[in-house]
Design a protein around this ligand. Structure first.
Ligand code: SAM
Length: 219
């Protein structure tokens, strides 16, 4: 990964004008896209893992190489931590980031399926980290952002202390607004990074970019 990183370029000067209607529409309907057999098999395996470790569950969604998952496992010794990312390339690099703790797993999986399977099985999280999700900064891509997509109700239903980080302030402002549409409050603040939690966080910090964090209690 290169050390320097450019700031986000977007044709959106502020919150997307369709944000509230898009979020409201998704809150009112169930996302019915088919769930793959691979996701079902993975979820069955994760359910066994959970059953063998009956502790609070921390989810690190879009964990990339899972550096954050290992860091969070250290930060949450009372819990088990699950890192999920769809990129095999990133997940396969995880061994470089192993830090000796064993209360976590990093798996390749698609959150579009797994969040729904978790909700349907009544999984509830103690904490949910979503660190530097792909921003999809083009206005036309609103629905690819987590808060603008059909999975937003599933994310809310998983509950827990949500922590979201981004180098694109508009993403977090939109997410905060989407939470408000759903009746939740989010606290947005600038983030001073001392010890980076993830490779993207390190890259942005080393490039002198401003970083932000949004927190919400979804319990
Ligand atoms: C910008 S990277 C950030 C990775 C990591 N959190 C970090 O900060 O280093 C965004 C990650 O989201 C993952 N991702 C995007 N959509 C996903 C999905 N539907 N299911 C699982 N992972 C997804 C991508 O594979 C990518 O690794």
């Amino acid at each position: 990964m290169h050390n320097r990183s450019r700031t986000i370029v977007s044709n959106q000067p502020g919150l997307h004008h369709n944000l509230a209607t898009t979020v409201a529409r998704h809150l009112g309907q169930r996302f019915l896209a088919p769930i793959s057999e691979r996701s079902r098999e993975l979820f069955a395996e994760l359910s066994d893992w959970r059953q063998a470790n009956p502790k609070p569950l921390v989810l690190d969604s879009c964990c990339g190489v899972g550096e954050s998952t290992a860091n969070l496992a250290k930060r949450h010794p009372e819990a088990i931590v699950l890192g999920i990312d769809k990129s095999a390339l990133r997940i396969d690099k995880h061994s470089h980031y192993h830090n000796g703790v064993d209360n976590y797993r990093v798996v390749r999986g698609d959150l579009n399926d797994l969040w729904r399977l978790m909700v349907d099985a009544n999984w509830r999280l103690s904490h949910h980290y979503l660190l530097y999700p792909n921003p999809w900064p083009k206005a036309a891509h609103l629905q690819r952002r987590w808060h603008g997509g059909p999975l937003f109700p599933s994310l809310l239903a998983l509950g827990g202390q949500l922590q979201l980080r981004s180098n694109w302030l508009i993403y977090l402002q939109e997410f905060q607004q989407a939470l408000a549409v759903a009746g939740h409050q989010g606290q947005l603040a600038a983030l001073e990074v001392v010890e980076p939690l993830t490779p993207f966080e390190r890259k942005y910090r080393d490039s002198g970019q401003s970083l932000y964090q949004l927190q919400a209690n979804l319990s």
